[in-house]
Design a protein around this ligand. Structure first.
Ligand SMILES: Nc1ncnc2[nH]cnc12
Ligand SMILES: [Zn+2]
Length: 331
């Protein structure tokens, strides 16, 4: 049995495996510019975030109906459960779908079809986090928030993703203020490719409660001190960082140094269909590359529940934490 954990940084569109992409393409009469899954997999060699995003947005063309989104989410939840995930806070990118004529309601209702049965079917509790594309305008983000209003009973929070450099958090100040006024939780990608200043800005201007990635905080010791002091969780994605060349090899990943510094680190998969592993694969990869002790593996799992948006369900959080404490490795 794998170590129980929460996954807090997972783009549902990034779980689109080549086999499902081709199945959905056939179902929807969409032609993909790849002969087969093998040829598609050969395109999974990325130079940076943008080169990945190009393929990520291209493949989304196969997602058209509620059932497509339901199938996508259900496939993820099944895999996640097998990797020990007990709770998943799932990002989705509505603007990327709306741009193709797929409405917000289709996306949310479709995802919900899978999420509403997730506990009984997979033993995984869930939350949905709607991300704004930071390389689109602030006006577009605001219109997206407006379009989400009829669905807010199923959306826990907002996030910020896509191409980071040149799109600082401050661009989305008003949108985040409006989201906060609606009672939505706030997170943002910052410090993946962008500088440490983007992390500070995400905290001070957007009021985020968690930083997605936050990798580059290590360049600024004062920022590290602040993140430790304020117990700001970071949702790290080690295999993603290697594939998108934020770090050269996993052995160079700063995770161990970050834990030693007292940062509240979590390990997540980001876009597992593209980066060579789901969340337990990420845990195992960092354990092997960085020589993490079993107690550090437990710390990562504990952190994932502590950093989750489960506070309206403290009983459940306590149950998950107890499962981590009781977990025996190697059994
Ligand atoms: N790692 C990542 N960074 C920014 N935007 C993304 N969208 C999907 N994955 C992403
Ligand atoms: Zn991400």
């Amino acid at each position: 049995m794998p170590l129980p954990k929460a996954e807090l940084h997972l783009h549902i569109e990034g779980t689109l495996e080549p086999e499902l992409a081709f199945a959905l393409a056939a179902r929807n009469g969409v032609t993909l510019p790849y002969e087969d899954t093998e040829e598609l997999r050969k395109a999974y060699l990325f130079d940076d975030l943008q080169s990945f995003l190009n393929l990520y947005y291209e493949l989304m063309a196969v997602l058209r109906t509620e059932q497509d989104f339901a199938d996508l989410a259900d496939a993820y939840l099944e895999r996640a459960a097998a990797q020990g995930v007990r709770h998943a806070e799932i990002f989705f990118d509505p603007q990327a779908h709306i741009a193709r004529g797929v409405e917000m309601g289709t996306v949310v209702d479709g995802l919900w079809r899978a999420l509403e049965h997730s506990e009984e079917k997979h033993g995984v509790s869930t939350r949905l986090i709607m991300c704004f594309l930071r390389d689109e305008s602030a006006e577009s983000a605001m219109a997206t928030l407006e379009a989400a209003k009829p669905h807010l009973d199923r959306i826990t929070g907002v996030g910020l993703d896509s191409a980071e450099v040149g799109h600082p958090p401050v661009k989305f100040r008003e949108v985040y203020e409006a989201a906060a006024a609606l009672g939505l939780r706030r997170v943002a990608h910052a410090g993946e490719e962008g500088p440490p200043e983007y992390i500070t800005e995400a905290l001070d201007v957007l009021g985020v409660e968690r930083v997605d990635h936050g990798l580059r905080c290590m360049e600024d010791p004062q920022l590290v001190q602040r993140l430790v002091r304020e117990r700001v969780p970071l949702t790290l994605c080690p295999l993603s960082n290697v594939r998108l060349r934020a770090v050269r090899v996993l052995e160079d990943h700063p995770l161990r140094a970050m834990l030693d510094a007292g940062l509240l680190c979590t390990v997540n998969s980001d876009d597992p269909a593209y980066f060579g592993g789901y969340v337990a694969d990420n845990y195992h990869a960092v354990r092997d590359a960085l020589g993490l002790e079993l107690e550090q593996m437990r710390e990562l799992a504990r952190n994932s529940f502590l950093a989750s948006f489960l506070e309206h369900d403290e009983e459940r959080r306590a149950r998950y934490l107890a499962e981590v404490d009781a977990y025996e490795f190697g059994r």
